[in-house]
Design a binder for this molecule. Structure first.
Ligand code: ATP
Ligand code: MG
Length: 391
């Protein structure tokens, strides 16, 4: 029955003169997303994006398309000849399907995109609604206020179109329209969600992961790469820079105050990230921090970790509760991977009683005992970059 998908996009519609750039980017991103499924005709017409499909493939194409950032919804539709009677018959076919699915009330919404039709849009709705009632009125009623299904009918310049359902997308902006960020990716629940949220706003992302191999296992690294692969279902291939900070952790544990080690190691992570971000042409840093969640994420802790970065640090989860973060993790498919227990470099070296009110000047003073530059340089030299993509 369905032969076309109608792609609806929100915010990018208001971008004025740049609109076409955003639309073209979106089309390119949709094509990339669909590549594993085959070649698809994705095109723009009258400020909307369409994809030609058929009965066999429309469901999987719709499922992939709705994951593309910038899309608010995808509607499976029926495109037919430009003929008003054909439009009515198509509407009847679709309404019949909806009745079979259990719908009891409907409403027609119309759009006259071609003024050669003598009926106005509201007149079209009344006329088509009447037609549908004569054909199917014994099985379904009209409800203009709160219909279970809206049959949308369009009479257009070159064809007619009928559709009813909208499968929601995630909204946001097309990737690649807002610069690039370096995201700190751990094996936890939070950072994959933070990375996803930033990508959703149109930023390209690369990830950096810190480990202390052989204190942390090969498996814990594989877990992080698995998370990146899951993210790549939405973002396309993602580079993950794996950095060994064993030397740093050892130095901190040996030479600095035990309660403050977490803050120091977080600061080193940020210093290394800042360097890598600059090197890779990123304009921002992303973390999965949420205020008050753990000792290092009190406002005092965040102040200390923030102080080593000159790029803006985006923390999309800052004001979110864990339960809301988990909901997103489940929706995007990272949760099940994140909850597999694996040691993290922080947990291996974490002090039993981390400080919750670290003082920046004290922390900075303590670090004077270390060869910061040398440690950072040598950590960067350990970096191995892995490109993660959907298998
Ligand atoms: P997550 O669930 O993402 O691991 P968390 O609640 O465990 O977060 P922390 O361990 O304090 O919080 O880390 C805060 C943030 O610092 C993480 O969200 C992540 O962005 C970054 N981070 C922590 N550990 C690492 C790591 N080993 N490699 C890369 N980034 C890390
Ligand atoms: Mg963590």
């Amino acid at each position: 029955m369905y032969n076309i998908l109608i792609v609806k996009y929100g915010e990018i519609g208001v971008k004025g003169k740049n609109r076409y750039l955003f639309e073209n980017k979106l089309i390119k991103n949709i094509k990339n997303m669909l590549k594993p499924l085959g070649e698809y005709n994705v095109y723009k017409e009258y400020g909307r994006i369409y994809i030609d499909v058929n009965d066999e493939n429309y469901e999987e194409v719709m499922e992939e398309t709705r994951k593309v950032f910038g899309i608010v919804g995808v509607c499976p539709g029926i495109k037919a000849d430009k003929d008003y009677d054909v439009l009515k018959q198509t509407a009847e076919k679709l309404l019949e399907k909806k009745i079979e699915e259990g719908c009891k009330t409907f409403k027609v919404e119309s759009r006259r995109g071609d003024k050669s039709l003598p009926l106005t849009s509201p007149q079209m709705s009344i006329d088509i609604g009447g037609y549908l009632l004569t054909k199917l009125g014994d099985r379904i009623k009209v409800d203009v206020k709160n219909p279970e299904v809206k049959i949308r009918c369009e009479y257009r310049e070159f064809n007619t179109m009928v559709y009813a359902d909208t499968v929601p997308g995630y909204g946001g902006m097309p990737m690649g329209t807002a610069g690039k960020a370096m995201s700190l990716l751990s094996g936890g629940i939070d950072s994959p969600v933070a990375t996803w949220m930033i990508a959703k706003r149109g930023m390209d992302v690369e990830c950096i992961h810190f480990h202390t191999y052989p204190f942390t296992s090969e498996r814990s690294r594989e877990k992080v790469l698995d998370l990146a692969r899951t993210l790549s279902r939405y973002c396309g291939p993602i580079k993950v820079h794996c950095c060994n900070i064993l030397e740093i952790e050892k130095e901190i544990t040996e030479k600095l105050n035990r309660e403050e080690t977490t803050i120091h190691s977080r600061r080193f992570m940020m210093m290394i990230t800042q360097k890598m971000a600059e090197k890779r042409g990123c304009q921002a840093i992303v973390t999965g921090e949420s205020i008050g969640q753990v000792a290092s994420q009190t406002i005092y802790g965040l102040t200390c970790t923030n102080a080593v970065c000159s790029l803006p640090v985006f923390r999309p989860l800052i004001a979110m509760d864990k339960t809301d973060i988990i909901d997103i993790a489940q929706e995007i498919g990272t949760y099940e991977i994140s909850i597999v227990p694996e040691e993290d470099c922080c947990s291996v070296f974490a002090p039993p009683k981390p400080i919750t009110k670290p003082k920046l000047d004290r922390i900075e003073k303590a670090e004077e005992k270390l060869d910061i530059e040398g440690l950072v340089e040598r950590a960067i030299e350990t970096i191995e970059t892995i490109v993660c993509e959907v298998e």
